[in-house]
Every structure is written in structure tokens, then in C-alpha cells.
Design a protein around this ligand. Structure first.
Ligand code: HEM
Length: 389
């Protein structure tokens, strides 16, 4: 039976964009799993079991009967389009490029990209929009490094990415830019086939090129762009928006280098850019004393799970960058757990303190209530972040 309640795709409370809607807290307290209607811009409205408790989300995401199948449009080479052994085979080709060690090695490149973005913010002067000048260019340029995009192409690559991934553009404009991007990726793949570069895409071509088609390789490139761009840009923007409203916590990130890693974990727990993870059950899946039935759609609410108290005794509705690191599922769990999470952490650990150190007097140039949050987008964030200093 489906309840009559609808849970908005982001599941975020009106007036407090970082908090879940009350229905999600109620569902979390309820012993019985809730079946709800989820309106989705991509999939149309669909009925689903909503899973909200931390342990339940973790258990169902780890269950191989829970499939991506049909939850996302299919794209060759995109890990989120595959399940089971096909997924494992493709993922194994990429894991060595995304270890914690690899992320540490990338730190100098990330620092360079961050410094260049900060120079642009300074050039623009007070009133600058950090989304446009800081949060968006950083992940794009980091991905250029992963894909081996030549320096001469980077400005155009950035422009095309911004348009292709800006959902406020018309569908035609987005499709046109996405097609251009696909053609560009095909060109990059052809280049790596001739002379594989020293980067993620080049390494995959060198080591596994004979097992992958050109469209799978281009799809891997596109996946990295999509998975690693919007998520970082929006985490940066939401984290900055939050910290500017909590100056005492901002000071910790700015002045205490040893506290930065913990602060980043707390921001990831609290911000939750990928609010829900959609799936479908390919068999009956036990959840405590109940079952998700074969064929049912499932929505794992990371937003609710990250505030599930469990035995912690902490007030998890509050942002506290100084608290001991709390468990969170912001990078998902199970076979599809975020491949780029170590790189993501490194980008945030470098970018946030660098911003607040370059502009120690940084503050919002608009009233906090004027910030336009993307509460109903697939990736939560804020559309613009005008600042002054
Ligand atoms: C703060 C930043 C990020 C967040 C919050 C995030 C979150 C996530 C989540 C929740 C998933 C699992 C999706 C699901 O289970 O349905 C995922 C998967 C993935 N992420 Fe990230 N991500 C981030 C950054 C990145 C970066 C920087 C990259 C690489 C450049 C990346 C690459 C991927 C890939 C390839 C997958 C698919 C893995 C698979 O299906 O096996 N992500 N990410």
C-alpha cells in the first residue's frame, strides 16, 4: 500500500534547506517501512519504499538484489548504469586511480587550480559570485587533469560543461552541449588510443584499452565529468554558505589546519549533495522484520540517515565542525559507493581553508534568506553565492 504522502525529491524542509522534511523524521521513528510517492523530474512520479534509518540504508545498499536497473538512463561506460559482475569488471579498471594515496599525489595540482580560482575571485572584486568563479571551475579543472584535456582546450571545456550541466538552460541547449561534449570525449579517447596520457583516462586505455570499446571509454570520461563536477561544486557552495552563517565554525576551518579533515567530514554529513539514492529490488529484501518486495522501487534517504542518532548521543541536527567525526553515508555504500570520495575530500580540504585564508573578512553580499537553494534538484546546492570582503 502506498501512503498518500508525497516526499519531494530532495526531501528538504521549506525554510531550512539543510534539514529533512518532517515526514522523513516520522518515517525514521516508525517501525514500519513507509511506501510513498516521489515526484521526480527525470523519472516522473513514482511509488517507492523510503528507507531512512542509518543501518537500514547501509544494509539495503549493500544488498546485491537492490539494483540500479532503470533508476538512471543507460550510458555505456557509466558505472551507475551497471549491476553485478559487469559493474565489478568495469569498476576494477578504475579503482587504482582513485585511492587515498593517489588523491594525496594530486594535492599539488589541486592547490594550483584553487589558487588560480582565488585569483579570479580577487580580480572580480567584492560582489563576486563564488559559485561561478570558485566552486564550479575547481572540479572542472581537476577533471581536465583526470581526462588529460590539453591546456588550450580548457576554457572551452569549462564553458561547455557549465552549459551542459546547467539545468536552468532549455533542454535543447543542454542536449546540444552534451552532444558536443560527447564528440569531444570521443576525440580525447582517440588521442589516448594513439598515445595514452599519464592520467586516469590514459591509464585505462593503456591497461584495458583492448577490453573496452571507444564508446565505453568516452562514457567513462563523461561519467567522471558528471559525477565529479556537480557534486563537488555544490558541496563547496553549500559548505561556504553554511560557514559564512557560522563565523565561529568558519574560523576553525580558516585557522586550525589540524581540524580541517574533521570539519570536512562534518560538512559532508550535514550538506548531503546527493540527497536520495534510487534503486529497484530484483528480489525480496529483508529489512528488520519486514520485506521490500521484488520489483518495488526504493529510495534511500541519505539526508535522513545522516541525522539518525543511533547510539551517538550527539545532536546531529546541528552543524558542529569540532565534534568527533560522525558516521555518514554521503558517499553512498555498497558496490556503487563513490569511487571519487578520496579525491572529493582532498578538493574540499584544500579549497575551503584556502578561500578563508585568502579572504579572512569574507562575508555574504546578500541576506542569508536571499540565497537561492536548489532544494528540488538531484544534486542539492545553491545557485549563486555573492560575497564581499
Ligand atoms: C562531495 C563530492 C561527491 C559526493 C557527495 C559524491 C557522492 C556519490 C554517491 C552518493 C555515489 C553513489 C551513487 C549511488 O549509489 O547511487 C557516488 C558514485 C560515484 N562517484 Fe561520487 N561523489 C562526489 C565526488 C566524486 C568525484 C570527485 C568523482 C570522480 C571524479 C566521483 C565519482 C563517482 C563515480 C564514478 C561513482 C559511481 C560509482 C559506481 O557506480 O560504482 N564522485 N558518488
Amino acid at each position: 500500500m502506498t501512503d498518500s504522502i508525497e516526499i519531494p525529491i530532495g526531501g528538504r524542509a521549506a525554510g531550512c534547506p539543510f534539514a529533512p522534511v518532517p515526514e522523513l523524521y516520522e518515517a525514521q521513528k516508525d517501525e514500519e517501512l513507509r511506501r510513498v510517492t516521489v515526484p521526480s523530474p527525470m523519472l516522473g512520479a513514482f511509488d517507492a519504499v523510503v528507507v531512512t534509518r542509518y543501518e537500514d540504508v547501509k544494509n539495503v545498499l549493500a544488498d546485491d538484489r537492490l539494483r540500479m536497473g532503470g533508476s538512471m538512463p543507460y550510458q555505456a561506460g557509466n558505472l551507475l548504469s551497471y549491476d553485478g559482475p559487469e559493474h565489478t569488471r568495469l569498476r576494477r579498471m578504475l579503482t587504482a586511480s582513485f585511492t587515498a594515496r593517489r588523491a594525496r599525489e594530486q594535492r599539488p595540482q589541486i592547490e594550483e587550480v584553487v589558487t588560480a580560482a582565488l585569483d579570479e575571485v580577487e580580480k572580480a572584486g567584492p560582489g563576486a559570485d563564488l559559485v561561478q568563479l570558485f566552486c564550479t571551475p575547481i572540479p572542472t579543472l581537476v577533471i581536465c587533469e583526470l581526462l588529460g584535456v590539453p591546456y588550450a582546450d580548457r576554457e572551452e571545456f569549462q564553458r561547455r560543461t557549465a552549459i551542459a550541466l546547467d539545468f536552468s538552460n532549455s533542454r535543447e541547449v543542454q542536449m546540444e552541449k552534451a552532444a558536443e561534449m560527447e564528440a569531444y570525449m570521443a576525440g580525447l579517447v582517440a588521442g589516448h588510443r594513439e598515445e595514452p596520457g599519464d592520467n586516469v583516462l590514459g591509464r585505462v586505455v593503456r591497461e584495458y584499452g583492448d577490453q573496452l570499446t571507444d564508446s565505453e571509454l568516452a562514457g567513462i570520461g563523461n561519467m567522471l565529468l558528471i559525477a565529479g563536477h556537480e557534486t563537488i561544486a555544490n558541496t563547496l557552495a553549500s559548505s561556504i554558505a553554511l560557514l559564512l552563517q557560522h563565523p565561529d565554525q568558519l574560523a576553525v576551518v580558516r585557522d586550525e589546519p589540524e581540524a580541517v579533515d574533521g570539519a570536512v567530514e562534518e560538512l559532508l554529513r550535514y550538506v548531503v549533495p546527493a540527497t536520495i539514492l534510487p534503486r529497484q529490488a530484483s528480489g525480496d529484501i529483508p529489512v528488520r522484520d519486514q520485506e521490500i518486495k521484488e520489483g518495488e522501487r526504493v529510495v534511500a534517504s541519505v539526508l535522513a540517515a545522516n541525522r539518525d542518532l543511533g547510539a551517538s548521543g550527539e545532536d546531529l541536527d546541528r552543524l558542529d565542525v569540532r565534534r568527533p567525526v560522525q558516521r555518514h553515508l554521503t558517499f553512498g555504500f555498497g558496490p556503487h559507493q563513490c569511487l571519487g570520495q578520496q579525491l572529493a575530500r582532498m578538493e574540499l580540504r584544500v579549497a575551503l581553508p584556502a578561500l578563508f585564508n585568502r579572504f579572512p573578512e569574507l562575508r555574504l553580499a546578500v541576506a542569508p534568506e536571499e540565497l537561492d537553494y536548489r532544494t528540488n534538484a538531484l544534486v542539492f546546492g545553491v545557485n549563486a553565492l555573492p560575497v564581499t570582503w
